[in-house]
Design a protein around this ligand. Structure first.
Ligand code: G
Ligand code: G
Ligand code: MN
Ligand code: NA
Length: 251
């Protein structure tokens, strides 16, 4: 069977599963958000990481139903945590620009929120810098509508694209996630610590929150805390984990 058909079938047969990676809110000293990251539990090959099938999904258009599955699953899950009183957790879902180009993306989000009962501010949507720049006018227009619903927005992988103050200013978002390539270099003193400090200052000057991705060491965390980074995500806190393991991180 072609990989494309296998993926389509995986979606229909429930082989796709959402893992969650927590985000630490520094000021509140608690896990306040979880990034939803899809995995493929292949009957023969085991767990497949999204790097192997998201590009194919993007090419074939399967990203539309796949993205809808992840969005609905993550919203259901966050609503369940809320009802069970587990914790106050916002879920953050990665989007493909193809989803934004669907005419009805905003109504889909509204519908999923209604259907699951999740308050809009418990949902965050992530778009990468390069995808935003691909079609900036449409992205700005849709982002405005999503924010009008009360949904939070994040720019993912920040620093890998154009990263200018002027586009950040035009773009209606709540969070900027610094790409992990900058964080991994933080242990060596030099250029990247200057870049990370500059990004934090730039994001704060626009009164947005800054999230560091890929935090793996205590030294990185200490540096980021000392420079006012608002939230952190990375293996030091936890890897992305299945939902039953995620709940254990909260107690
Ligand atoms: O989980 P992992 O680090 O292997 O993810 C690899 C990449 O796959 C990341 O860039 C992540 O944003 C992307 N990804 C994971 N889940 C989704 C998803 O549900 N939708 C989209 N569009 N991308 C995803
Ligand atoms: O592109 P995006 O930011 O959505 O990708 C998130 C990806 O980063 C996931 O695939 C996740 O597994 C990975 N990731 C999360 N934390 C760390 C980390 O501390 N180190 C590394 N190397 N990867 C991480
Ligand atoms: Mn992301
Ligand atoms: Na990222």
């Amino acid at each position: 069977l072609k990989m494309e058909n296998q993926l389509r079938r995986a979606l229909e047969d429930g082989q796709l599963e959402v893992f969650y990676q927590p985000r630490l809110n520094v000021a509140e000293d608690r896990l306040d958000a979880a990034e939803a990251l899809v995995r493929w539990r292949h009957p023969q090959k085991g767990l497949i990481a999204p790097g192997f099938f998201i590009p194919l999904a993007e090419e074939t258009g399967l990203i539309i139903p796949l993205g809808e599955f992840v969005l609905r699953q993550a919203c259901k899950q966050a609503r369940q945590w809320q009802l069970e009183g587990v914790a106050e957790i916002r879920v953050s879902v990665n989007l493909s620009v193809k989803q934004l180009r669907q005419g009805n993306f905003v109504s889909l989000v509204r519908q999923v929120l209604e259907e699951t009962g999740l308050p809009a501010d418990r949902l965050e949507l992530e778009l990468t810098e390069s995808q935003l720049l691909d079609d900036i006018d449409n992205a700005i227009n849709i982002s405005r509508q999503l924010r009008a619903l009360g949904v939070k927005l994040a720019i993912d992988d920040f620093g890998t694209g154009y990263s200018s103050l002027s586009y950040l200013k035009r773009f209606p978002v709540d969070f900027v996630k610094i790409d992990r390539s900058f964080i991994s270099e933080l242990d060596q003193v030099g250029e990247d610590s200057a870049i990370v400090r500059a990004i934090i200052a730039m994001v704060h000057s626009l009164e947005l929150k800054v999230v560091a991705e890929g935090v793996e060491t205590q030294a990185q965390m200490d540096f980021l805390k000392a420079h006012g980074c608002d939230e952190m995500q990375g293996y030091l806190i936890s890897r992305p984990v299945p939902v039953d393991e995620f709940v254990k991180l909260l107690v």
